[in-house]
Design a protein around this ligand. Structure first.
Ligand SMILES: Nc1ncnc2c1ncn2[C@@H]1O[C@H](COP(=O)(O)OP(=O)(O)OP(=O)(O)O)[C@@H](O)[C@H]1O
Length: 241
């Protein structure tokens, strides 16, 4: 589904250069729920932004569903994002002048689908995230957790190949974070939705199929090996119990 090779990203600010990614290669399979974790400043968001075509790497290649997206021009990237990818951000990024249903439907409308079909799809996906009774509420009338569920519905309405989520629980309390994570887990299991999510909360680890640990702009392979062993041990202990 996603194959990234030797991704490097250097941010330049005047004469200062920050190497945020120093050669990251990874593959993500169809239907995986992958967490990107690691300390602050390790390059998690930068990696997500490159994989999600929200930014362009300094070098390296990314192939998504067989398309070498690193070769696309700006227009091609915009179109690819629109047709194949969905996004959930920590600040929800919803349109406050529109109601819940419109916020989700508009994402399908801009893709050129017939308007009736877009509203039907928006209703269906809002039911799925448990907001079927909030269709005509304005965004300001919803809790943070509900707003994040609207943005998840918006990300899903076009049945994207991959949903990218950058710290979607950063502004939520534990209870709402749990609701959002349970929802992601359910969407992943029921729809086979591929999800790539950045998080820095250790308790989120239980929700992911696999975790990509970052450290100082590189994959933290040592940590990944340790966590893999820990998971294996847990499985053995559960079997013995
Ligand atoms: N637009 C930018 N311009 C310059 N430097 C940047 C930019 N974005 C990120 N960086 C730098 O790149 C490095 C990686 O940042 P990134 O945001 O990817 O880390 P992160 O692991 O997501 O951190 P956090 O958990 O704090 O969000 C950091 O040193 C950061 O200061």
């Amino acid at each position: 589904m996603i194959e990234a090779r030797d991704l490097r990203k250097i941010y330049r600010m005047g004469s200062v250069e920050v190497a945020a990614l120093k050669g990251v290669s990874l593959a993500i399979d169809d239907g995986e729920f992958v967490g990107i974790m690691g300390p602050s400043g390790s390059g998690k968001s930068t990696l997500l932004h490159q994989l999600g075509l929200l930014d362009t790497p300094t070098s390296g290649s990314i192939v998504i569903s067989g398309t070498d997206v690193s070769r696309l021009d700006d227009e091609g990237r915009t179109l690819f994002r629109l047709m194949h990818l969905g996004y959930v951000f920590q600040d929800y990024a919803l349109v406050t002048d529109l109601d819940v249903l419109e916020n989700v439907a508009i994402s399908a409308i801009v893709r050129g689908r017939p308007v009736d079909e877009c509203y039907a799809a928006a209703r269906e996906v809002l039911e799925r995230v448990g907001l079927g009774r909030r269709l005509h509420h304005l965004i300001g009338e919803l809790s943070g957790g509900e707003q994040q569920r609207v943005s998840i519905a918006r990300a899903l309405v076009n049945t994207p190949a991959i949903v990218f989520a950058d710290e979607p629980c950063a502004n939520l309390d534990t209870e709402n974070s749990q609701i959002v994570l349970d929802l992601f887990r359910r969407i992943n299991r029921d729809l086979g939705q591929t999800i790539v999510m950045v998080s820095h909360e250790p308790w989120h680890m239980d929700y992911f199929d696999r975790i990509v640990f970052m450290k100082d702009g590189l994959l933290d392979t040592e940590r990944m090996r340790e966590e893999g062993l820990r998971a294996k041990q847990r499985m053995i202990i559960e079997k013995v119990d």
